[in-house]
Design a protein around this ligand. Structure first.
Ligand code: PHE
Length: 441
């Protein structure tokens, strides 16, 4: 079968932005910013996105487009009979692991679309959240529904599935974010949240801040696991990569920053704690919503937003796995989607049970979901990113990558990109990865 192509540059940009914009922007970014001192974290994060994220993003897209292959196939084509395809294999493995728990969290979010309709100011939000995640039936049903949606989109194909979905959902996502921001900043007492968000607190910076900023840059741009190699492999030669990657970077950053604008003013307006960590979305925000005018409506659209963002990301993870089986083993797309999607659903059951049956599990003090997350974010993605930047920078050659990325571009990249890719990116990411491992062990 002929390999599919996005039918337009917009289709590609929306799909790649959809992959990038996800739980990482709406759930993770606000709470990491909240616990890392607000605005100062944002500055460091922006530097990480620009100097580390952009070079890897361009490299992955270029490698994908020139080979027109899945991550394993791409490395195989560029460096046959070497160990490099293992980098692609690590990406496919990351696809399995990340999607399995990502879907569990997305399932929590989806259940809150409906649950939150009956919340009142008297509800005990920590108890509701803990009760939800430590039960079995509800979370597994939502995890199943979410995986099923992901499978159905990927089974339908690149153009008829992914592209069609993102063309409808991405505009909705932007509209919802703007509605939420207008609500949040017009609350009485919102100013304190804005100043927390926008005034840098220099005393909050330490090495960990840099480590968190770089990990967040990886996760939010979907880097290090070949998702952007795969999406790039469906991009026509007529389109510019240096520019498309720029748009993806801008959209992704905009949504993360806007999520902060929607959340912090409201949290401060009701005197709640911005540094409440991962519970910010599921414990603090529902409390905020019950106290504001039209809160039920805003709560409904907030969790809808979370679900939409998660779905346009989860499909890119499954696509990595499916593209591999379709390209290399000539599996039918539908068969690959359903079988692998089901397998990923099963792999997600241990993290799902981590708050009930498996609550005795502990790896370096982490529950099952955090363990999956730690391996993916602290080991797999950075390792993938380091090796990809070394491969593109030194083996394929940054000059060749620049040529590919600049095709039909008005915005051209050159020496700065090459230097970043060849030396700065691998060194910085390796350093951060070792620091993270050392911190945890
Ligand atoms: N970028 C996505 C997010 O921010 C997560 C993701 C990681 C998607 C890796 C694909 C690959 O939620």
């Amino acid at each position: 079968m002929e390999r599919e192509n996005w039918t337009s540059r917009l289709g590609f940009i929306l799909a790649a932005s959809g992959s990038a914009i996800g739980l990482g922007n709406i759930w993770r970014f606000p709470f990491i910013t909240g616990t890392n001192g607000g605005a100062i974290f944002i500055l460091i994060y922006l530097a990480a996105i620009l100097f580390i994220g952009y070079p890897i993003l361009v490299s992955e897209m270029s490698l994908g487009r020139i080979t027109a292959k899945n991550p394993i196939g791409a490395f195989k084509k560029m460096a046959p009979d070497t160990a490099w395809p293992l980098v692609g294999a690590l990406g496919v493995l990351s696809g399995f692991v990340i999607l399995s728990y990502y879907s569990v969290v997305a399932g929590w979010g989806m259940s809150y679309i409906f649950k939150s309709l009956s919340f009142t100011a008297e509800s005990n939000f920590p108890a509701i959240f803990l009760g939800h995640i430590s039960s079995f039936t509800e979370p597994i049903i939502w995890h199943g529904i979410f995986m099923f949606l992901t499978i159905a989109v990927i089974g339908a194909g690149v153009v008829n599935g992914i592209q069609k979905l993102v063309k409808v959902l991405m505009p909705i996502l932007f509209v919802i974010i703007f509605l939420l921001i207008i609500r949040s900043v017009t609350l009485e007492g919102a100013a304190a949240g804005l100043s927390f968000y926008l005034k840098p607190d220099f005393s909050a910076i330490d090495f960990q801040t840099f480590a968190d900023a770089i990990s967040q840059a990886f996760f939010t741009l979907s880097l290090g696991m070949g998702a952007m190699i795969t999406y790039g492999s469906y991009l026509s030669k007529k389109e510019s990569i240096s520019e498309s990657a720029g748009y993806v970077l801008i959209f992704d950053t905009a949504v993360a920053l806007l999520a902060g604008f929607a959340i912090f003013p409201a949290v401060f307006a009701f005197g709640l704690d911005p540094a409440s960590g991962p519970g910010l979305t599921f414990i603090t925000l529902p409390a905020v919503f019950t106290q504001m005018p039209f809160g039920t409506f805003f709560s409904f659209i907030f969790f809808l937003l979370l679900t939409i963002a998660a779905l346009t990301s989860s499909i890119s993870m499954l696509e990595v796995v499916v593209a591999f089986l379709v390209d290399e083993y000539e599996w039918k797309r539908k068969k690959a989607s359903y079988l692998m999607g089901f397998l990923i659903f099963l792999i997600g059951i241990p993290p799902l049970l981590g708050y009930s049956s498996f609550s005795n599990f502990s790896f370096l003090g982490m529950d099952v979901l955090d363990t999956y997350d730690w391996f993916s974010n602290s080991i797999f993605l950075p390792t993938g990113g380091i090796l990809t930047s070394i491969f593109v920078g030194h083996i394929w050659g940054s000059r060749n990558a620049v040529k590919e990325a600049n095709k039909n571009s008005r915005f051209k990249i050159g020496n700065i990109y090459s230097i970043l890719l060849k030396y700065i990116v691998p060194t910085a990411v390796l350093f951060i990865m070792l620091f993270n491992i050392y911190q945890t062990i």
